[in-house]
Design a binder for this molecule. Sequence first.
Ligand code: ATP
Ligand code: MG
Length: 288
Amino acid sequence: MEQRLRIAIQSKGRLYDETIGLLTEAGVKMTSSKRTLLVPSRNFPVELLMLRDDDIPDAVATGTADIGIVGLNEVLEKDKAVEVTAPLGFSRCRLSLAIPQHTDYPGLNWFNGRKIATSYPVILRKFLNDNGINADIHVITGSVEIAPGIGLADAIFDIVSSGSTLVSNNLVEVEKVIESEAVLIQATGRIMPDIKCKILEELLFRFDAVKAADDKKYVLMNVPADKVDEVLAVLPGIKSPTVLPLADPNWRSVHSVVDEKRFWEIIGKLRASGAEGILALDIEKMII
Ligand code: ATP
Ligand code: MG
């Protein structure tokens, strides 16, 4: 039988779209969009095992799946025999302690003797123990943020991304405990057959190419011949920017790759150096 690398992913929820998006950009096409439990790819030797995110660390630890894609928060909370092979850069959030607004907050000691509602008791217990805080943990699985408002707890420990849920529940974030993002996990100490290792290697290579391209732009511009050196000094480039002649001997076409984060800063400098007709294009993949 043909060997396939089995990847456990979230069947629906916040991780689903971006996981499928990453696989698609990596050239992995699925046979059907119907969310059956096990979905093979039609052009790459992988199959997707669709699970609730809570069950992914265990599925990987026990070998039901070879690898998994899940939030680091779930990995830490479930505390199974898995390790992070690669961070994937999406579904970024943090787990934080939050308390009612307008509360005097002298520091972590405030939590001594208080009751904290959370869906992440393992991570919270460890954090409190590490900091010598003795608090009462109250586990609830949904709508943790309403607990203080209805008198169920003094504080919460929960996922925060923009913070707007906290604000609308009159809470304020006082301690960031962990940063999370989607990660690729493998079982600790389990050796996969060679063929699966090769498939994983190819998949990681493709993920890297997708990630590298994600925060970059390909920039083309026209530059007066006598300004080319000045413009090149502004461009970081991958190795060296491309400089091409134009029909008009006084002008050159300069191509380079620019970091999205520094995009506007660099464009400003390019214009000041005499660059004109600047085009910025999305890069689909980048193999370094
Ligand atoms: P399941 O039904 O699979 O158990 P769930 O309800 O536990 O799903 P989701 O709400 O779909 O989980 O969130 C899945 C993961 O997405 C979280 O564990 C976390 O890693 C990440 N996540 C959650 N909320 C946010 C957010 N607001 N912003 C970014 N990422 C988030
Ligand atoms: Mg879940």
